[in-house]
Design a binder for this molecule. Sequence first.
Ligand SMILES: NC(=O)c1ccc[n+]([C@@H]2O[C@H](COP(=O)([O-])OP(=O)(O)OC[C@H]3O[C@@H](n4cnc5c(N)ncnc54)[C@H](OP(=O)(O)O)[C@@H]3O)[C@@H](O)[C@H]2O)c1
Length: 341
Amino acid sequence: MTYCPEPNRYHQNRFRRCGDSALRLPLISLGLWQNFGGVNAFEDGRAVLRHAFDRGVTHFDCANMYGPPGGSAEVNLGRMMRTDFSAHRDELIISSKAGYEMWPGPYGIGASRKHLIASIDQTLDRLGVDYVDIFYAHRPWPDDPMEETMAAMADIVRHGKALYVGVSSFSPERTRRAAELLRSEGVRLLIHQPSYSMFNRHIEAGLLDTLGELGVGCIGFSALAQGLLTDRYIDSTPSTARASERSSFSAEFLSEDNLRRVRALADIARRRGQSLAQMAIAWVLRDAGVTSALIGARTVEQLDDSLNSLNRLDFTSGELAEIDQYAQEGGIDLWRETSSL
Ligand SMILES: NC(=O)c1ccc[n+]([C@@H]2O[C@H](COP(=O)([O-])OP(=O)(O)OC[C@H]3O[C@@H](n4cnc5c(N)ncnc54)[C@H](OP(=O)(O)O)[C@@H]3O)[C@@H](O)[C@H]2O)c1
């Protein structure tokens, strides 16, 4: 059926300026890491993206290797760009990334000019668009000279293949260096994409301050800790859930201690009149230095629930203090090692 977006969509989300740039991102953005690949039903993903756009989500985040199989999330997004969003390209911020293994051999991974230029070309081909809005170095590769990586990123901007560039899971020191190198090329480091949730607060120990100082935006990913910070696992593990289906959700995440703290947080959320997912997203956004919360959703219902966090973003100091008792390290950050390189 022909897609006609909701006319009131811009009253449904709110926008924050991305660092010191002129670009505004929605408070909640949607990522296609899981649930949108070749193994998933295309129409399910399509319904989620349509609903997201209807509710003012103007930013869809992808990467070359999202799927599975790698590349298939971009192929599916490209199909939706053609069928549903072709008249709305200028209303959308589409991002992609390169750096993790994508094709065989030494040029299919890493931070070389060879990998990055080949990867952006493949991405544009899969998406069927002329440019992406944001192109990221997906992770740091300490053995690869950052001068080469950032010069390639700057060329990608100069050649019109990306409007802005970002980095993901970079330490504060590497972020500073990346910003400096890009500046010397006349290009702004727009944004950093780190993991951030109530069970993974590492960015509070320096990265957020560095980004504030540099005027770089921050889009925190996995605000729901891949679903752990929701009501899904409180009583048992559902068979249709990331914990049962995907290796990225380790059984160790469901430790007794984590589940005890999930239950306590769910109780606070209930008293606030929210679901735990809604409170987890609102909590990530409590710091104005976080431009956007980057979430995932398997269904339209999950997305709706998550977007309803916008109905209550404020916290009293008493609530924040109570949350602090339980919002502590949960051993769920798969990206911790990379972000401390
Ligand atoms: N830069 C990087 O290295 C990197 C790494 C990871 C992610 N990301 C980005 O961040 C995006 C989000 O990551 P993520 O998918 O891990 O985010 P997330 O929001 O923490 O987890 C999404 C999962 O939580 C569950 N869920 C979502 N909304 C729910 C709700 N309202 N109630 C109950 N359960 C709910 C669903 O789990 P079930 O599927 O189990 O139902 C869903 O698949 C990715 O798509 C990607 O764009 C970037």
